[in-house]
Design a protein around this ligand. Structure first.
Ligand code: SAJ
Length: 419
């Protein structure tokens, strides 16, 4: 049975591009989101998130009648769930637990419209076992249908986990080009999922089971987190030993089997700083390196703050007639990584806020990718203005615009090694 109508539940950074991609291949796509604003914006052919080339794709899909957004699910042949999986609030020092409430809500929303032959795919990054849990929720709600956990290959509803793995900023290209991990709850579930993704995926669709697919996604992001933690730890060691860590890494990376990543102010975004916790919370006594890496990366902003305090003391030492009130500090970059405008879960923003909280003088920020900033005590300025006014320059994000700067005076705290 082929897929005439495809429903994507959750129209965020992953769901909306995926919906638009199916629509661009002339599939009828029903996007579902709980946000009226998102639904209205998409139905006007516009987008509510920032991602290169997505605006054109969505506008064309809506205009040609292949994509529409709605608040509650309608019948379809395949349902892709792409809702957030954050973690639950936890106390300082506790291991955060994943919050599956959005997946549960999505399951409850689609259950009434499911029919025999439908395929349900969980795309949200999930702890191991979440796909089976979702299948249980659905079977509880639809006792008239059979599901793969009991009916296997003959199930009325097929279920798979196919994690999204695209890089923010390159979503449109990576959705098509990347290989796809397809974790069906049965062979048939995998086969049907491959058939669905083949609609637009040019990369290979590699089949496994649901639990391995869940763990594969968590492993990819944890691997990156551990490698960045190694670089961050090196940067702290090198600072103590008076060695330039960037020179050190570039020398070590000349070895044919060494490939160290880059240190920075910490790890941000909604994925790499979150997903490793899904492994740690499942197997806390076993996930020792993954847990330590999280702690190393999470503690880096505090270390940077200490460096800024030392720079303030150094400035006052050099200028005995001045007080802290007279010292102007600029933070260069607030986004969670270079050349994007996304400030969510950003270590750079976190450091800027911490500086503003402890410093009695002016705190400026240069962030070329945003037009306004409404944070108490931090004033958004142009690069030129900062270069004239700042006494201490804190480099937090290596945006293109900052790489060309030549600083003539002022103290520098450079977390990215570009000055
Ligand atoms: N970072 C460093 N040093 C580095 C590389 C990155 O400090 O050498 C920092 C960045 O500045 C940023 C954070 O790590 O704060 C994460 O950035 P990223 O570019 O490594 O990754 P994300 O979070 O934008 O996207 C990741 C990707 N995963 C992998 O590369 C394994 C992407 O493919 C996933 O789809 C995405 O997570 C996701 O949605 O899970």
């Amino acid at each position: 049975m082929s897929f005439e109508t495809i429903s994507v539940v959750g129209l965020g950074y992953i769901g909306l591009p995926t919906a638009a991609m199916f629509a661009s291949r002339k599939k009828k796509v029903i996007g579902v989101d709980v946000s009226q604003h998102a639904v209205d914006t998409i139905n006007r052919g516009e987008i509510h998130i920032v991602e290169p080339d997505l605006d054109m794709l969505v506008s064309a899909a809506v205009q040609q009648g292949y994509l529409k957004a709605v608040l509650s699910p309608e019948p379809a042949d395949a349902f892709l769930i792409a809702v957030p999986t954050p973690f639950k609030p936890s106390k300082e020092g506790e291991i955060p637990e994943p919050d599956l409430s959005y997946i549960k809500a999505a399951s409850e929303a689609i259950a009434p419209v499911l029919k025999k032959g439908d395929l349900v795919i969980l795309e949200s990054t999930s702890p191991v076992g979440a796909t089976e849990t979702m299948a249980e929720w659905l079977s509880e709600l639809r006792k008239d249908l059979s599901f793969p956990q009991t009916a296997g290959e003959t199930a009325d509803i097929n279920i798979a986990h196919c994690p999204e793995r695209v890089l923010p900023g390159q979503v449109v290209t990576e959705l098509v080009q990347n290989d796809r991990v397809i974790g069906g709850m049965s062979k048939r579930c995998s086969e049907r999922s491959v058939e669905l993704y083949r609609t637009f995926v040019m990369g290979e669709c590699v089949v496994t089971n649901a639990r391995t697919a869940e763990m594969a996604k968590l492993t990819e992001n944890s691997s990156r987190d551990v490698q960045i933690a190694f670089a961050n730890e090196l940067s702290i060691i090198c600072d103590r030993l008076d060695i330039n860590v960037w020179e050190l890494i570039s020398l070590s990376n000349r070895h044919p089997r060494v490939n160290i990543l880059q240190p920075g102010p910490g790890v941000g975004g909604h994925c790499i700083a979150v997903d490793p916790w899904f492994i740690v919370s499942k197997t806390p006594e076993l996930a020792r390196i993954i847990h330590t890496a999280r702690k190393v990366n999470d503690s880096k902003p505090e270390w940077v703050l200490e460096k800024v305090k030392i720079a303030i003391a150094e400035f006052l030492n050099r200028n005995p007639s001045k007080t802290a009130r007279d010292v102007t500090i600029t933070c260069y970059g607030l986004a969670f990584k270079p050349d994007i405008d996304d400030l969510r879960e950003s270590p750079a923003l976190n450091i800027a806020e911490k500086i503003a909280a402890i410093h009695s003088g002016n705190v400026l920020a240069v962030e070329p990718n945003i037009a306004e900033l409404s944070i108490d005590k931090i004033k958004l300025v142009t690069l030129e203005e900062s270069l004239v006014k700042a006494d201490i320059h804190v480099m937090l994000v290596d945006h293109q615009q900052f790489k060309k700067i030549k600083l003539n005076d002022g103290l520098i705290v450079d977390t990215k090694g570009i000055w």
